[in-house]
Design a binder for this molecule. Structure first.
Ligand code: GLN
Length: 204
């Protein structure tokens, strides 16, 4: 069976994720395609979805306006595997507030029981790279690229912590939902995309 993975292409790191997911499919020799999706119609046919990093207020607001947020919530609640990266993890969360300006009224999916601190490591000029370990999913060393990254300040009972950096939670998983504060699509290492593609293939 052929699988279809979508990259939500409202705003943000779309091309890089299309490429990383395609490379992951090829390396795993899994039959499938990766497409960019934007509308509720596009989203309805997916087996897996990546919500890329970018600006969560923009991605959330535009998805709300074009009706995608509603179908995303339904599909993810029904088991659609999703990888939310940075802004993408913010969109998945229950609540998010900015480290400096506090709570903003931004649309969120409220599908992953986590509380987030946006821009937790500082602003653009404080971007950095650091190794993170995700031992429970067999990725012991991964180059984390953090750009205006959030951190997870609270997790609900069923949410697994995949990685911490400097005592802050930077990757989580609950069932088929994965969230990372860092950007795997900005490295050559596709191991996290491979993990996600495998998850999609096993689920569909
Ligand atoms: N700071 C951004 C936000 O809050 C996320 C940054 C990113 O996705 N690289 O939306």
């Amino acid at each position: 069976m052929s699988i279809t993975i979508g990259v939500l292409s409202i705003q943000g790191d779309v091309q890089e994720n299309l490429l990383s997911a395609k490379t992951a499919l090829d390396e795993l020799k899994i039959d499938g395609k990766v497409i960019d999706v934007r509308t509720p119609e596009d989203i309805s046919s997916l087996d897996g979805l990546i919500i890329p990093g970018g600006e969560s207020t923009t991605i959330g607001q535009l998805s709300l306006v074009n009706g995608s947020l509603k179908i995303l919530k339904e599909k993810i609640a029904n088991g659609l595997p999703v990888l939310g990266i940075c802004a993408g993890m913010i969109i998945l969360s229950k609540t998010a507030s900015d480290r400096v300006i506090g709570k903003t009224d931004q649309p969120l999916l409220d599908i992953l029981d986590i509380t987030l601190e946006r821009n937790s490591f500082g602003r653009q000029r404080e971007s950095f790279e650091a190794d993170v370990s995700m031992n429970s999913i067999d990725i012991p060393k991964f180059n984390g690229v953090f750009i205006r990254a959030p951190s997870v300040s609270n997790v609900g009972p069923d949410v697994e912590i995949l990685a911490k950096f400097n005592e802050k939670i930077v990757a989580v998983k609950k069932g088929n939902i994965i969230g990372t504060a860092f950007h795997p699509e900005l490295t050559q290492d596709v191991s996290l995309h491979k993990y996600f593609v495998n998850l999609v293939s096993q689920t569909s």
